[in-house]
Design a protein around this ligand. Structure first.
Ligand code: ADP
Ligand code: MG
Length: 274
C-alpha cells in the first residue's frame, strides 16, 4: 500500500488563498523532510506562476508536458514533465490548455478518475500530493476530489462565508458516495484574517451554525498581510520571501497541525490493526 496522502485544496470561490496555501503548506511539509508533489489543477496556472514558471511560455519539455497531456494518456514516463522547485517540492504544472480537459473529460471513459489513475503511477515517489483546485466544481475539480484522501477548505474571514459552502460540502459527499468512499474533509482553514475586525469570530460562528461540529476548523488562522500578497509574484514561498512574518509563522503552525494530525491517525490505525 502506498504511504502517500493526497489532499485537495478546494473551494469553488476564487481569492480564498487556495493557491497560496498549496504553496506554503507544500513547501512547509518539504521543510519538515517530506517528499511533496504539488499539482496545478487550475487552467489559470496560478500555482505554476507562483512557483516561478511562466505558464504562457513554452519552456521546452517541462511545460510541453502538462497535466492536460498526462490526463490525455499520451505519456510513457509518468514522471516526465514534473518540475523541481529549489525549495524542495515537485510541481505538475498547468496552463490554459487544461481548460480543454473540462470538455474532453465529459466524453471520456472513467472520466472522474483520470487524474487519480495518473497519480497512481507517481504516488510511490511522494509522501504528500497537494492538488490546487480551480474555482469551480466542474470535471477537473471532480477529478481532484476523486483522487484525494482528504480535502482542506480555505475560507476567507468575512460575512456569509457559508454561502457556497453547502454546495461544496454536498459535492464532496456525492464524490464520497459514488466514486471515492475514502474521501474526507480534513478541515476548514480560516484565512485572510484581520485581527482589527471581528470577522474571524463571526465567520467561525456562521460556519458552526451551518455545519455544527460536522467539520473541524484548524486551530491555526492565516492573517491578512501585504507581504503575503507580494509573495505570489516572487516565485517562492513566504518562508523564503519573508521568514519572520506573521504569515510565515502561521503557515509553519498550520503545517505542523496537518502533520501532527497525520501522525495521530497513523497511531489510531496501528492500534486498530492490533
Ligand atoms: P485562490 O487560489 O483561492 O484564488 P490565491 O492564493 O490566489 O487564492 O490568493 C488570492 C489573493 O490573495 C492573491 O492575490 C494572493 O497574493 C493574496 N493573498 C494570499 N494570502 C494572503 C494573505 N495572507 N494576506 C493578504 N493577501 C493574501
Ligand atoms: Mg488559485
Amino acid at each position: 500500500m502506498s504511504n502517500c496522502k493526497t489532499i485537495s485544496i478546494c473551494n469553488q470561490k476564487g481569492g480564498v488563498t487556495k493557491t497560496t496555501t498549496t504553496v506554503n503548506l507544500g513547501i512547509g511539509l518539504a521543510m519538515q523532510g517530506k517528499k511533496v508533489l504539488l499539482v496545478d489543477a487550475d487552467p489559470q496556472g496560478d500555482l505554476t506562476t507562483c512557483l516561478g514558471w511562466q505558464n504562457t511560455d513554452n519552456l521546452g519539455i517541462a511545460l510541453a508536458t502538462k497535466l492536460s497531456d498526462v490526463m490525455n494518456e499520451t505519456m510513457n514516463d509518468p514522471m516526465k514533465g514534473i518540475l523541481h522547485h529549489e525549495e524542495g517540492v515537485d510541481l505538475m504544472p498547468a496552463n490554459l490548455e487544461l481548460s480543454a480537459m473540462e470538455f474532453n473529460l465529459m466524453n471520456a471513459m472513467s472520466r472522474e478518475t483520470t487524474l487519480r489513475n495518473y497519480l497512481m503511477q507517481v504516488k510511490e515517489n511522494y509522501e504528500y500530493i497537494l492538488i490546487d483546485c480551480m474555482p469551480s466544481l466542474g470535471m477537473i475539480t471532480l477529478n481532484a476530489l476523486s483522487a484525494s484522501n482528504e480535502v482542506i477548505i480555505p475560507v476567507q474571514a468575512q460575512y456569509l462565508p457559508a454561502k457556497g459552502m453547502t454546495q461544496l460540502v454536498s459535492t464532496i459527499s456525492k464524490v464520497k458516495k459514488y466514486i471515492n468512499p475514502n474521501l474526507k474533509i480534513d478541515g476548514i482553514l480560516l484565512t485572510l484574517v484581520d485581527n482589527r475586525t471581528n470577522l474571524a469570530r463571526s465567520t467561525v460562528e456562521a460556519l458552526r451554525n451551518n455545519f455544527g461540529n460536522q467539520i473541524r476548523m484548524y486551530r491555526t488562522q492565516i492573517p491578512i498581510a501585504v507581504k503575503a500578497a507580494e509573495t505570489s509574484s516572487k516565485g517562492k514561498s513566504i518562508y523564503a520571501y519573508e521568514p519572520k512574518s506573521t504569515v510565515a509563522r502561521a503557515y509553519t503552525d498550520f503545517t505542523k497541525e496537518v502533520l501532527a494530525d497525520g501522525r495521530k491517525k497513523e497511531r489510531l490505525h496501528t492500534h486498530d490493526a492490533r
